[in-house]
Design a protein around this ligand. Structure first.
Ligand code: KG4
Ligand code: ZN
Length: 374
């Protein structure tokens, strides 16, 4: 079957069942950063196939994502990724009812590849085209089901929390309207994890690795000062990141090894593991603190949490308790759709179709590196 033809590294792949596919059938494309993704979602929000091809190996020698390389890799990977998605869903291009692609925010050259492919496909087949905001994709992703089941209905009103490498933000969704309530003033949640992990000598993306190291430490023993609280809603992670980096310098000055040694088990000494645990604990506490503050100001009864860093184990452990205490219904994105993927882009387009919102002109849609939600 399809995977035999795929010659690009696949980060994640999932296939749904073929029985009972409902119209409209939407093809989604996501290429805002370093993952090339294609997915098929049916009218019931079932993910029939979702393929995400990672470019990590191509960027690894440079220590970060190189925009020009990302664009080129998207072009190289697209034929295999799209073929695998269509074959995985058991559908042909002639079966499609709509096409959706991310228009921003992101790396403009990378966005242009996926957006242009989507526009060309929609125009050639005379299909409705949806240019989707990347964060809108994340916002509704908690309602997707992991294994080919129909999606849960998207509530009319809810608060959305997006935690990723580029964003840490709270939104209020009310029907078709999306209002930004709070954003980070500096580093994003995942970005702070990446920077702290880089200092530990870990490779990108460092977030999941720091999370795994934190599992081995004791947050209470971390040499981190408690940062002063604020009455505001905004997020800020650069203070915590700096405190953690300073604590690492101090440990190093005392002769403690602060660079991960892959050959050792655990790869870092206990004091550094404690620091990782303390860092993660503070990062997660900030999220819960902002949610509490928002809930006190204006009660809400539904919370949807998404984004790559919504994979954080401590965050996933603590959110259900926070929500249960307040009678808030929590939708936590399935792990498979937490990182960037195209199922969320197709699903956001499906929502627009269901709400009767207009499609975009495939000849006019442009890629935008910075783009406010709503
Ligand atoms: O949503 P995403 O795939 O891309 C962006 O739109 O940013 O999120 C990737 C970010 C990276 O910063 C990565 O390190 C972080 O999410 N991340 C994590 C975890 N898993 C991924 N951060 C903390 N803990 C994790 N388990
Ligand atoms: Zn993202």
């Amino acid at each position: 079957m399809p995977s035999a033809g795929l010659r690009v590294p696949v980060r994640s792949r999932c296939r749904g069942t073929l029985g009972g596919v409902e119209r409209p059938l939407v093809l989604g494309i996501e290429s805002s950063c370093d993952d090339t993704a294609c997915a098929l979602v049916d009218g019931a929000g079932r993910v029939l196939a979702s393929v995400v091809s990672s470019q990590l190996a191509a960027h690894a020698p440079y220590g970060g994502v190189v925009p020009e390389i990302a664009s080129r890799e998207h072009l190289v990977n697209w034929p295999a990724v799209s073929r695998e998605a269509l074959a995985g869903a058991g559908v042909a291009i002639s079966d499609l009812d709509a096409v959706a692609a991310t228009r921003g925010p992101g790396l403009v050259g990378a966005l242009l590849v996926g957006l242009s492919l989507g526009k060309a496909l929609a125009w050639a087949r005379r299909l409705p085209f949806f240019a989707v905001h990347h964060l809108e994709g994340h916002l509704y992703s908690p309602f997707l089901a992991p294994a080919g089941e129909p999606a849960a209905p998207i509530p009319e009103r809810f608060v959305g929390l997006v935690v990723s490498g580029g964003h840490t933000a709270l939104y209020r969704v009310d029907g078709a309207a999306v209002e930004t309530l709070a954003e980070t003033r500096d580093d994003a949640f995942g970005e702070a994890f990446d920077k702290f992990g880089k200092r530990l000598g870990l490779a990108y993306p460092q977030g999941p690795k720091v999370d795994a190291l934190a599992e081995l430490g004791e947050a209470k023993r971390a040499p981190l000062p408690r940062l002063a609280g604020t009455e505001e809603l905004f997020f800020s992670y650069s203070g915590l990141k700096t405190q953690a980096l300073v604590a690492l310098e101090r440990l190093e000055a005392r002769g403690v090894a602060t660079r991960a040694n892959a050959a050792a088990d655990p790869p870092l000494p206990g004091e550094v593991l404690d620091l990782a645990a303390g860092f993660r604990d503070s990062a997660v506490r900030q999220v819960l603190d902002r949610l509490t503050r928002l809930h006190r100001r204006a009660r809400f009864d539904r919370l949807a949490v998404s984004g790559g860093a919504a994979a954080n184990r401590e965050l996933r452990r603590r959110l259900p308790g926070w929500a249960a205490e307040r009678g808030v219904e929590l939708a936590l994105v399935p792990l498979v759709y937490s990182g960037d993927n195209a199922a969320m882009i197709a699903f956001a387009a499906l929502r627009r179709l269901r709400l009767g919102l207009p499609a975009d002109d495939p000849l006019a849609a442009t890629a935008v590196s910075r783009l406010p939600v709503g």
